[in-house]
Design a protein around this ligand. Structure first.
Ligand code: ADP
Ligand code: ZN
Length: 290
């Protein structure tokens, strides 16, 4: 039997899966992200067991996505040791020279998965934002993963500071960008308590919601997606989703007409699977185009 292959390549782990042509996942494995060579050896060991007809990769970034550039297929300025300037796609193609590949970011794959099989089914556009160890966003417009000179990096936009927040921020590139101020590690850095252990009435949640709500307003204003979908560990907090919607409405202040916040800003419908399902869908698209 012929299968689609998908790799959701994260900074902590690689999720590899194969599916049938209806995107039913038949086998799946999780490989810790160590050195590129060691990690890819395990990726090959998994996929070599099957007859793969196309593969979709959603990688942590930033990555080179312009086929006209030498950086195409490379992982670029990542602080992850050994991976910066690594020719990820090239090494995959070398091992599987005859099959078509789709190549995008992990969050773009997740946005695509949510559009086709998750929260945004039936829509043509959506934005997906993960709030976890980092913050990253993927954008689908007109049914296609959006890209320009690069993929959007919606986690690294600058945000207006909350008046009660003087935390310096964790981003290794920008310190107090959105990721620096509102990813999971910032909750712990401010309070000494991990996000999952913080009580609901802790004032840090208001700061958190202020930043995420503000970022979502920026995305609505710039991409005008039909829906914005939130995933990642931090979004397991129900009360946070409500606070984010309130902040979005308050900060937008009636300027742009959007669906009601409860319909417009939703949680992922494919928890922890949007990315890998998106990769498998993109593999099928790559095969159709080949
Ligand atoms: P990753 O981004 O590495 O794929 P996660 O999406 O699980 O992984 O994000 C991990 C971050 O989310 C950590 O900073 C962790 O403290 C935080 N986190 C995990 N679960 C929760 C939770 N239930 N509530 C708040 N924060 C959480
Ligand atoms: Zn940043």
């Amino acid at each position: 039997m012929a299968y689609y292959g998908g790799i959701e390549a994260g900074g902590t782990k690689f999720v590899c899966a194969i599916s049938d042509e209806n995107f039913n996942i038949l086998e799946k494995t999780s490989i810790p992200t160590t050195t590129p060579e060691e990690t890819l050896d395990q990726v090959f060991a998994f996929f070599d067991q099957f007859e793969i007809v196309a593969m979709g990769i959603g990688s942590f970034g930033p990555i080179g996505i312009d086929p006209a550039k030498d950086s195409y297929g490379y992982v670029l300025a990542t602080p992850k040791k050994g991976w910066a300037q690594y020719d990820f796609l090239g090494n995959m193609k070398e091992h599987y020279p005859t099959i078509p590949f789709a190549w995008t970011t992990d969050v773009n794959a997740a946005a695509y998965g949510e559009l086709k099989k998750g929260a945004a089914q039936g829509k043509k556009s959506c934005l997906y934002l993960t709030v976890g160890t980092g913050i990253g966003g993927g954008v689908v417009i007109d049914g296609k993963v959006f890209s320009g000179i690069s993929h959007p990096e919606t986690g690294h936009i600058h945000v207006k500071r909350h008046p009660d927040d003087d935390y310096e921020g964790t981003c290794p590139f920008h310190k107090d960008c959105l990721e620096g101020l509102a990813a999971g590690p910032s909750l712990e850095a401010r309070t000494g308590i991990k996000g999952q252990d913080l009580p609901e009435d802790h004032p840090v949640w208001d700061i958190q919601a202020y930043y995420i709500g503000q970022a979502l307003m920026t995305y609505a204003l710039t991409f005008a997606p039909e829906m914005m979908i939130l995933g990642g560990g931090v979004m397991n907090q129900d009360h946070l989703l409500l606070k984010i919607r309130q902040q979005f409405v308050a900060q937008m202040n009636g300027y742009m007409e959007t669906p009601s916040a409860s319909e417009y800003i939703v949680r992922w419908a494919l928890p922890n699977e949007s990315g890998i399902i998106g990769c498998l869908l993109l593999a099928a698209d790559a095969l159709a185009e080949a």
